[in-house]
Each structure stands twice: as C-alpha cells, then as structure tokens.
Design a protein around this ligand. Sequence first.
Ligand SMILES: C[S@@+](CC[C@H](N)C(=O)[O-])C[C@H]1O[C@@H](n2cnc3c(N)ncnc32)[C@H](O)[C@@H]1O
Length: 339
Amino acid sequence: MLLAKVEKSRAEAIRRNLFALDVVRKDLAILEEQDSILIPLKENIDAETIRKFGLELIEGKSHPRTYYRSPYEEIRECIEIPDKLKEYLPDKWEKLGDVLVLRIPTELDDYETQIAETYARVLRAKTVCREIGIITGPYREPNLKVIFGGETETVHVENGIKYKLDVARIMFSSGNINERKRMSELECDDEIVVDMFAGIGYFTLPIAVYTKARKIIACEINPLSYRYLEENIRLNHVESKVTAFLGDNRRLQGKGIADRIIMGYIGTTHHYLPKAIELIKPGGTIHYHETCPIDLFPEQSMRRIDNAINGRPYEIISMREVKSYGPSTIHIVVDMRVL
Ligand SMILES: C[S@@+](CC[C@H](N)C(=O)[O-])C[C@H]1O[C@@H](n2cnc3c(N)ncnc32)[C@H](O)[C@@H]1O
C-alpha cells in the first residue's frame, strides 16, 4: 500500500490537510520513524495533491488503528436491547470499590438483567445495584436493589484512604469528595477534633491519616456504620489517634474540650448545634453542614447559628458549597470560629 513519508516538522499540517481532502486511510494507524511519520493513503490520491504538498510516496504496510472507546460507548455498542431504548442507558454511575450503583429509568425495566450484566462486565464490577429510592432517615441509609452478583460489602479507596462499607446499607457520597480532601489538608496540629457524625469515617479518616491532629473523637449512632468505622480505623492504621464512640453525639460528655468540631450531617444538623457549642473551646472551629434552598442562603444558616450560639461571640471564616442538592437547594458548609 501507499504511504506518505513526511518530515516530523511538517507532519501535523500535512496530516490535517490530507484528512481534510479525505485521502487518508482512517482504519489504519499512522506510523512513526525516526525523523518522519508515515501516513497510510487511499488509492484515490491524485498527482495534483502529491505535487501540492511535496509528498514522498513509498510502498509499505500499516496496521489497523486501535480506537479508544469510552466504557459508555462500549456498553451502548454491545448491549442487546432495542436501539430506540439506548438513549435511556445511564451514562453516569457510582462505583464504590467493585460495587456499581446505577440509576436506571423505568423505560428500561424489562431489560434490567441485560443492563446489569453488560455494565458489570464493561466496568468490571462484582455487584450491580439499582437505586430505587433516595437516601433517607437519621442513619442516611440508601435504598438499593441488587440486580447482579450479590456481595455488597467492598473496600473503596479514595485519596489513599480505605473505606470498607456495605454499599447496600450505608451511604457514600462521591459528591463530597472535595470536602473529604479539604479535611485531609486542615492545619490542625496538636488539636482535639470531635467528628459528631462520623459514619464509617468519611472525615475522621482523612484527618487522622493526613493531618497532625492529636486526637479525633469519632461519634456514630448507627451500630453498623460504627462497626465499619472501627474496622476502617484499623485498616488505615490510625488506632492511636482515633477514639470511636457508639451513640448519640448529644451524649458526649465535657464542656470546652474540642479545638475543632465536624458536623458532617444534613437535614437537621442545627438541632445538634447547641451540643457543638457546648463542646467547643474558646477560639475553636466548627465545620457546620446543612442543606439550604438557594434563595434562603445564607440567612437560614446565620439564623440557625444565632439561635444556638448561647450568647458566645463568633466569627464566620468561610461559607462554601459542598455540592448541589436538587434543583434549587445546596449542601453548604460553614466554617466558624467560636470565641
Ligand atoms: C452518612 S454521614 C454523612 C455523610 C458524610 N459527611 C460524607 O462525607 O459522605 C452522617 C452519619 O451521622 C450519623 N448520625 C446521625 N445522627 C447522629 C447522632 N445523633 N449522633 C451520632 N451520629 C449520628 C448517621 O448514622 C450517619 O452515619
């Protein structure tokens, strides 16, 4: 076959021109030699083009081009469902360890099995769960149905931290990744930190692994999350820095014991502010999370803080959006110093 041998210095411009003229074999790879590249040409290239670009033509061989296909493209190509339904296939998913969570629209109900098998194969998941409801209740439990495989316990690794959890029974919000990362970068040398809503260690572990905090007291009310919290403390080798406490954080004892408090919970977080104010030392920092309708921000947060502050002066360090939470609501975190 015919190859155009082009000096590397001219290669990019010539390659573009030849593609525009549709004389390049797109199914074959462009090859590289020391100072030149070899562009596989179609038979229809005319003498005029060869002359115009000063091409040196040689006889040779190329090999089929390996195309990159995204996992979603691969899924769409190989899944066996009617073509007209392919537009409903989810192009986003949550993969925690080797467990995949999919939001499948009802239009695809009849093809749940094919979908689960194909996504599992392409995305290398041992288990696929279908989201059938939203995360609810004080334990923030997911509402999932297993549609492929069976084992829902996994170890999810993020930012070098191992989070073991049962994906079907315990939430893990990928959307909070930046906040977890921010917690790992806190300057909190020698501090006593209280994580009032520790879960499986979402914030406790990054703080324990990456910062120089002296002690983290991690409180969790759900016995299952607490079991994983304890296991994750061991998995990440931070037993000497973290003390876990099973129960309602309002039962935590002490006044002015914490340099820093994390309130990583949404829904009714403000009900727990009086306890946080009691636990925080003068000069300590509280990271207060809540969800807020966009048009009530920041007034709602300020009012709730004012109601709980018990006459103590405080200053707002920052207010930031963690993620959007529905069409007109945001999940925010307020960093405040209580004096
Ligand atoms: C799931 S976490 C929030 C998510 C987390 N911030 C993240 O980054 O993904 C909230 C945890 O607070 C726990 N919780 C709720 N009320 C509590 C209370 N009164 N005392 C202690 N833990 C509580 C829930 O069981 C849950 O595990």
